[in-house]
Design a protein around this ligand. Sequence first.
Ligand code: ADP
Ligand code: MG
Length: 350
Amino acid sequence: MMTDERKARLPLGKRAILLGLVFALVLAGLIIWQFLGRERKYELTAFAMGSYVQQTVWGREPETAVVEAVQGIEELEREISWRRDGDVARVNSQSGGEPVALSDSVGELLAEMVELCERSSGALDITLGPVMGLWDFANEPRLPEAGELAERMALVGWQEVELTGDSLSLGREGMSLDLGAIGKGAACDMALDEYSRSQVQAAVVAVGGSVGLYGHKPGGGDWQVGVRDPEGSGSLGVLSLPGGFVSTSGSYEKYFEQDGKKYHHILDPRTGYPAESGLVSVTVWCPPGMDVKYPGALSDGLATACFVLGLEDGMELLESYGAEGIFITEGGDITITEGLEGRFTLGEGG
Ligand code: ADP
Ligand code: MG
């Protein structure tokens, strides 16, 4: 009897230790769970910068991250839209006068964009404001008269943007900045900045024709980005990319017809008329790791610049930046740069 009792007691002690261990483990698990949180996926579509802002975010508190990204984009819009009351609006209202002090991020963004104006030989010109106002693509578009267009063209010239440190002035009264060509890409930069500040694991943000890819795609493999078919509403093909920023500029985006002719919203700054480079769309990829602060804005600006430059000069410009692209001609020919070989698949719906 005595021996039997002793035998029964020993396992009981072990059981108690085991129970204690399990309890401690569960507690530790709960603490870690609380600390790290569970990664979730969250999607939100908002409206800013005159277009939809679509976000898919994986992270611990994705709801907070997407809301803060939208706020960041709204603040950026306020600073860089000529329609609002921020930096760019002040620069425009003081053209020909005293320099305007810019907020840090806007100064750096504009410095990179002025460099792109120069390197694209003015195919991108951020001072097209007076001429864009005349065409008025967003409201009541119309074909301007040659005389009034010439008058406004005299007020265009990125060379007269004087940017010293963080203050900017426009050389002559009546000049104005229009950052429509880079705003959506810059908005993607803004969203990715926000993701890196929050505990976001991975994310995709699309603002109009620009897309930003953050982190590694959950589940592994490349991100898939659809390239719109200039002829239809679907996608022409799919890009498989590890990250970075993608922007598309196309003549089908915004246009009107007058006397049987189509006029689209990407202007050739040399003429003031819609660019006729033989292209219908250009998609640009700025891969991760480029040595710029605003790779999203750069992809957007490059797409517009390449659209104006045409296939050959456009390819050269992309190469000088280490960016890649897809050029589609009016005849439907598709040319891709070397770095996208094996990354573009035609015809997959996306
Ligand atoms: P979207 O606005 O459809 O995304 P883009 O990125 O190509 O298309 O930008 C077109 C806008 O950029 C126009 O609405 C106008 O505000 C501005 N823009 C048009 N042509 C030029 C140009 N050559 N250089 C700089 N900005 C331009
Ligand atoms: Mg653009």
